[in-house]
Ligand binder design. Structure first.
Ligand SMILES: Nc1ncnc2c1ncn2[C@@H]1O[C@H](COP(=O)(O)OS(=O)(=O)O)[C@@H](OP(=O)(O)O)[C@H]1O
Length: 378
């Protein structure tokens, strides 16, 4: 009796181990199949995780939204083929790192005609780029846009058209998130606006690219820029030492990048050599703080998007002193931008600020004329 009980237990043990081996094999094969289907392809995100660290504040929020986001195909009035050229619909897979002939030749038609695709969307060149300006509010704008179900954007700044152009267009496109028909691919790199070569390079990719510039009072922008550098290098000379060539004459040092970036008219002139004014949207950095929903309305119209992002998405956070995103459905808490956005500025002597204001005035007026918008900085 006792021995037959042992046999049953022994057989049961054998069966159990066979079953567990079987299930382990099933798991391994499922994982292999999953990877071979390209679903393990997270290289660009990983590649940029380090660079993105400064900007990962809203990452959880993004992930939740991405997961909750219904496919535009399932949305009742999802735009299909909106903001896309006919050539953008052509699907073709090219060897990574190798530029196909029509890309190297690409000038006027634009290089967006060779998207890399798989079952879960296509990596496309951005149809819209936030090209500037540094410290204008570009991060806030991109994060607010990402609430929109038809916008997919790279989290970190790719810096392709200024620093990494020699890596080639294929490298750039590989950084892009996959999009479904009707979704817009975007990125933001504020230094493009002041990079001499950027306009011709963007045009080489696609002259139809929509260009968004977030502009802010150049004096406040310069102080914000200085505050950022000071936070990384506490031994930095004072703002006035850097801004003025000579404190007696009050001559402004235009070689200092914090000053030079604020010469918006000069940088815009360079872009207008390659793109018509209609391709630009100028967003007021000030209004993005005082009326985010209003400014987002303009941006969505410009991008040809349905007005989804609205005042119901924002609340003013008294502690932060800035608008933040309300608790998205399914997420745990509301989100503000991180500590590096909206930091207190050091006190700058008022005569230095006034000197800078006087210096920028004619450039600002020229910029108002060129853009057709008065930003009211004087
Ligand atoms: N909602 C919200 N929350 C926080 N900060 C906001 C927001 N909207 C605009 N801003 C302003 O954005 C300024 C930073 O601009 P950028 O994101 O363009 O900076 S960067 O160039 O990417 O470093 C940042 O500049 P500082 O105030 O000098 O930190 C802010 O004034």
């Amino acid at each position: 009796m006792g021995c037959s009980g042992c046999r049953v237990r022994f057989n049961f043990g054998k069966v159990l181990s066979k079953v567990s081996v079987f299930f382990t094999m099933v798991l391994i094969f499922t994982y292999l199949f999953y990877c071979l289907s390209g679903l393990c392809d997270s290289a660009p995100r990983t590649l940029y995780r380090q660079q993105a660290s400064e900007y990962d504040i809203l990452d959880d929020h993004r992930r939740v939204l991405d997961e909750l986001r219904p496919s535009p195909r399932l949305l009742p009035d999802a735009p299909s083929h909106r903001n896309r050229t006919a050539s953008a619909d052509a699907e073709q897979v090219d060897a990574p790192g190798q530029l196909p002939q029509h890309i190297s030749d690409s000038t006027k038609e634009g290089a967006q005609s060779i998207p890399v695709s798989n079952t879960f969307g296509t990596k496309r060149f951005p149809q819209a780029i936030i090209i500037g300006v540094k410290k204008g509010g570009t991060r806030a704008l991109l994060e607010f846009l990402r609430i929109h179900p038809d916008v997919r954007a790279v989290g970190a700044e790719p810096h392709f058209f200024d620093r990494f152009y020699d890596k080639g267009l294929e490298w750039y496109r590989n950084l892009m998130p996959r999009t479904l028909d009707g979704q817009i691919t975007m990125e933001k790199t504020p230094s493009y606006f002041v990079t001499k070569e950027a306009p011709s390079r963007v045009c080489t990719m696609n002259c139809q690219t929509k260009l968004i510039v977030v502009v802010r009072d150049p004096v406040t922008r310069a102080v914000s820029d200085y505050t950022q550098t000071l936070s990384k290098n506490p031994g930095l000379p004072s703002f006035q030492n850097l801004a003025l060539k000579n404190s007696t004459t009050g001559l402004i040092d235009t070689t200092w990048s914090a000053v030079r970036i604020g010469l918006y008219a000069k940088h815009l002139e360079n872009w207008l050599q390659h793109f018509p004014l209609s391709r630009f949207l100028f967003v007021s950095g000030e209004r993005l703080v005082s009326d985010p929903a209003g400014e987002m309305g303009r941006v969505q119209d410009f991008l040809g998007l349905k007005r989804v992002v609205s005042d119901k998405h924002f609340y003013f956070n008294q502690t932060k002193g800035f608008p933040c995103l309300k608790k998205p459905e399914g997420s745990s808490r509301p989100r503000c931008l991180g500590k590096s956005k909206g930091r207190p500025h050091p006190q700058i002597p008022s005569e230095v600020l006034q000197r800078l204001r006087d210096f920028y005035r004619p450039f600002n007026h020229r910029f108002y004329q060129m853009s057709g918008q008065d930003f009211g900085w004087d």
